[in-house]
Design a protein around this ligand. Structure first.
Ligand code: TYM
Length: 452
């Protein structure tokens, strides 16, 4: 008989401590947690509320239809299923693409450990699909500096083993190999770490942007206080101006016009880079950075269009829908380095079930796929819409049991992770360095209204 874990109505997870009881939902780059009720139970993240709170727009059927009309292709499953559920100015990116044939894609990863987890692959899988569909340049930022500063802050300023600045650069290299294994086109993809790349016009953009953000504004956006280290307080400017194509002249065939061997008259032409629009795919925890950049992009000396965003929900923690899969809690996550056996054990042991308490009850009343973690993971990774619908219907009716849903999930994740690991094992240091070389990217389309 298939195992039936405790029942599926929320609450899924118990809060960690007494003082978390009654805590409001909190989503920002450093916190992802659903509301905690007075009994201490963590609720599922309320994405409708988040749309209101952040002031983003829902992604609608009309967007999907227009996207498919513009690209001539079926939208990615993550978009079809509204797991990418909200946006800012996505319409404008489609307008720009129709008019000029291109835009810049930008996304990133904070290398907090040497292996990415399944949740991190979500924005990257989607970004790869967008890059293939639109044939556009892509920059991927690895924030080794952010993760170093954040970790040091978390450790009250103490230096811990495996957490020196250099260690985060090592994690970044490992993560870059993970990202490459997801299949990005080397001709149109530039991957960098902050410790290695920051300088030139990028760094001048950083300084200018830093001058536009006060301590109070950074504290408000990210929850910083008087004891936050100053590196972390200033960090956001780097993630913000990384959205400006002018931070990467090499990728568009320019050098920094201040480079010793370059012609200062190039400055005028370089300005045209400021007119290239950018689209940022990420989960909604990163939105506070990009709200900040959108509020200030027209105040730069070279004003840039507001970067557009397409935002996903979080692949939930194994324990349920009140939190995200997180690398800092190994029991919450399936890592891309996990073995088949580990995946199986994690899903069987830890994946929260939307099933009923007894087999008889499950057959009679049916399960709840909305909170069932195995079903949720399938909705991110199973390509076949008809099969997913069938699993949903059969679970709801009680025909399909929790154990069976888990088996289907284990099979799908194992296929995905094993194929990934096979590709990952072949990524060499030289290949990694090829993606990291600042160089003119090759893509179609006229990048900017000013035609640089
Ligand atoms: P990081 O490393 O926390 O996350 C990397 C990307 O994965 C998304 N993400 C998730 N998506 C779905 N389910 C989850 N459980 C989940 N956890 C994380 C994040 O939203 C992100 O898109 N500061 C950033 C690095 C960064 C960045 C960017 C990210 C720099 N520039 C531009 C996105 C776009 C960070 O630490 O990401």
């Amino acid at each position: 008989m298939a195992s039936l874990a405790a029942v599926g109505a929320l609450p899924a997870v118990a809060a960690q401590s007494e003082d978390q009881k009654g805590a409001k939902q909190q989503i920002d780059p450093y916190n992802v947690a659903g509301e905690v009720d007075d009994a201490g139970n963590v609720q599922a993240i309320d994405y409708d509320y988040l749309i209101q709170e952040f002031g983003v727009q829902p992604l609608t059927e009309q967007h999907l239809q227009r996207f498919e009309a513009v690209t001539g292709k079926k939208a990615h499953r993550l978009m079809r299923r509204k797991l990418f559920f909200s946006h800012r100015d996505f319409d404008k990116i489609l307008d720009a693409y129709e008019q000029y044939g291109t835009f810049m894609l930008y996304t990133g990863r904070g290398p907090s450990s040497g292996s990415m987890h399944l949740g991190h692959t979500v924005p990257f899988l989607f970004t790869k699909e967008l890059q293939d569909m639109f044939d556009v340049p892509l920059v991927i930022m690895l924030t080794d500096d952010e993760k170093y500063l954040y970790t040091r802050n978390k450790n009250d300023g103490h230096q811990k083993a495996g957490a020196a600045a250099d260690d985060f650069l090592d994690y970044a290299y490992e993560n870059i190999k993970d990202i490459i294994a997801l299949g990005f086109d080397p001709k149109k993809t530039f991957i960098y770490t902050d410790y290695e790349y920051l300088g030139g016009h990028y760094y001048r953009n950083v300084s200018e942007f830093e001058s536009l953000v006060t301590f109070n504004q950074a504290s408000g956006a990210f929850g910083f206080g008087g004891s936050t280290n100053i590196g972390l307080i200033a960090y956001g400017a780097k993630q913000c101006v990384a959205a400006f194509p002018s931070s990467y002249p090499d990728l568009f065939g320019y050098k920094d016009y201040r480079a010793p061997d370059y012609d200062v008259s190039a400055k005028r032409r370089h300005k045209a880079l400021a007119s290239i629009p950018t689209l940022i795919p990420c989960a909604i925890d990163q939105e506070p950075y990009f709200r900040m950049v959108r509020d200030r992009s027209d105040r730069m000396t070279d004003p840039h269009p507001k970067p557009a965003l397409i935002l996903s929900k979080f692949l939930t923690a194994l324990q349920g829908p009140g939190g995200k899969m997180s690398a800092s809690d190994p029991n919450s996550a399936i890592f891309m380095s996990d073995t088949t056996k580990e995946i199986k054990t994690k899903i069987n042991k830890h994946a929260f079930s939307g099933g009923r308490e007894s087999l008889e009850e499950h057959r009679r009343l049916g399960g709840n796929p909305d909170v069932d973690v195995a079903y949720t993971y399938l909705s991110y990774f199973l390509e076949d819409d008809a099969e997913l619908e069938d699993l949903n219907a059969k679970y709801r009716s009680g025909e399909l049991l929790t154990g069976e849903m888990k088996q289907r999930c284990i099979a799908e994740l194992t296929t995905f992770v094993s194929a990934f690991q096979e590709r990952r094992a072949k990524v060499t240091h030289e290949e990694m360095r090829a993606y990291m070389k600042p160089r003119k990217l090759e893509y179609s389309g006229n990048p900017s209204p000013k035609n640089p």
